[in-house]
Design a binder for this molecule. Sequence first.
Ligand code: DGL
Length: 266
Amino acid sequence: MNNNPIGIFDSGFGGLTVMSAVHKMFPCENLIYFGDSAHVPYGSKSPETVIRFSKDIAAFLASKKIKMLVIACNTATAHALPTIKKMLKIPVIGVIEPGSKAAIAATIANKIGVIGTQGTIDSNSYKKSINKISKSALVYQQACPLFVPIVEEGWTNTRIALETADIYLKPLINKKIDSLLLGCTHYPLLRKVLEKVIGKNIKIVDSANAVSCEIKRVLNEKNLFSNKKRAAILTFYTSDNPKKFQKLGGVFFGQKIPKPQKITLE
Ligand code: DGL
């Protein structure tokens, strides 16, 4: 048993979609979230820069005595997961492997579409991860760099979102994919628009629940579950404007969040 918190981080608000799924599955586990809003977006930055930011955040969260670290950001997982695993003595998981497993479970035609930031797609991490588990799976990838700003502007259900999704997803639809893996923290908020574009025959795979299942497996295996039976304490940190974080963060988390504390990590 271990009553220390689980640490979760992302480049900004997006990882709160993952945190929300984790909190729903483990309502008694204390969670600490760090959103690196001062450095967002990670998706267009070089691997070296993303690794540097990720190391600073991992060190900060480790100083809060977390029992496990979840890298909720797809781009940070793609570039920094091996480095952070080596750096910390606690279990560290990312979002790419759980998401890959969920996509393989969802596909029947063995044709998986993956969408993500430019950095995630260029790293080929999802393709490698999916093909490590299933050699025969055909993976078609598409970077969607305009989706993050569209979501952050709150334009999720607009004509612009729909037309952008149509352009990005056409090549994947033409490949006859039957599952579409959302390889970016922001994309679950575009779900309605994506569904309109891809129709009913393509399943959307959101890795947030798959990540929660992976956390459950690790906590079980290492005997790290909390024995407290009271509502969890949720703590939020951001590297930029706390007011903005609280406002937008509530949208990603699905409910109001307390004002985060601002931390500068340099
Ligand atoms: N959190 C990032 C991801 O999941 C998206 C936003 C960004 O580019 O930083 O890849």
